[in-house]
Structure formats: C-alpha cells, structure tokens
Write a protein that binds this ligand. Structure first.
Ligand SMILES: [Zn+2]
Length: 111
C-alpha cells in the first residue's frame, strides 16, 4: 500500500475517526488514507482527486500480474478487469462511485 493510495474497506476493528474523533465500528465502511476516517467525514473534509488508479477497494486475497498476493484492487482495475471478490458491499461501492463523480476534477488536499 503506497502513501497516495486511498483504501476503502470494512473496518477490521473498531477505531477512532481522525476527523470527528468518534468511533468507526468494526465492519463499517471506512476510508484509509494515512489515517482512518468515516466515509462521510472523509468526503466532507477532503477534496478528492477523481483518479481511479489511487482509489482502492479491499478484496479477498488474490495474485496480481506479478504473482504477488494482494488484498486490495484499484477502482480502475474493477472497471477494466472485474471479477474481484470485494470485501465491501455493492451499496458501498455505489456510494463511493457517486461521491467520486461529484468530486470530479478536484485534487486531493490535506491540511
Ligand atoms: Zn468521523
């Protein structure tokens, strides 16, 4: 996982959101970008770049083209290749796509 990668996953354990400081319950959709955020908090605070190569979704483990085990996939690969076993719900994936469509053209900015 590189630093400029934004990962969407179901929280594996309960932890605090870096924005509102409230708890992200285990199993809820969370955004990982250097720190952890509620989905809504992340999109409220951050201007999101609409670059599908850095938006990643948690998956069941699979082998990438270099035979390396991976547990996330870029939104671009989901769109182009497909067939991944995502670890978030279809509803959550739709929610992510919606927000990215709204944020189109903006660059990520972290204060
Ligand atoms: Zn929050």
């Amino acid at each position: 996982m590189t630093d400029n990668c934004i990962l969407f996953q179901n929280a594996p354990k309960r932890r605090d959101c870096n924005e509102c400081q409230k708890i992200i319950p285990a199993g809820h959709l969370e955004v990982v970008y250097q720190k952890f955020y509620h989905f809504d908090c992340f999109f409220k605070k951050k201007e999101i770049v609409c670059n599908k190569t850095i938006i990643s979704i948690a998956t069941e483990e699979y082998m990438d083209e270099n035979e390396e085990p991976k547990t996330f996939v870029s939104l671009e690969d989901i769109d182009c290749i497909g067939g991944f076993n995502l670890r978030i719900s279809d509803a959550d994936l739709s929610k992510i796509r919606e927000h990215l469509a709204l944020a189109k053209g903006l660059f990520i900015f972290f204060s």
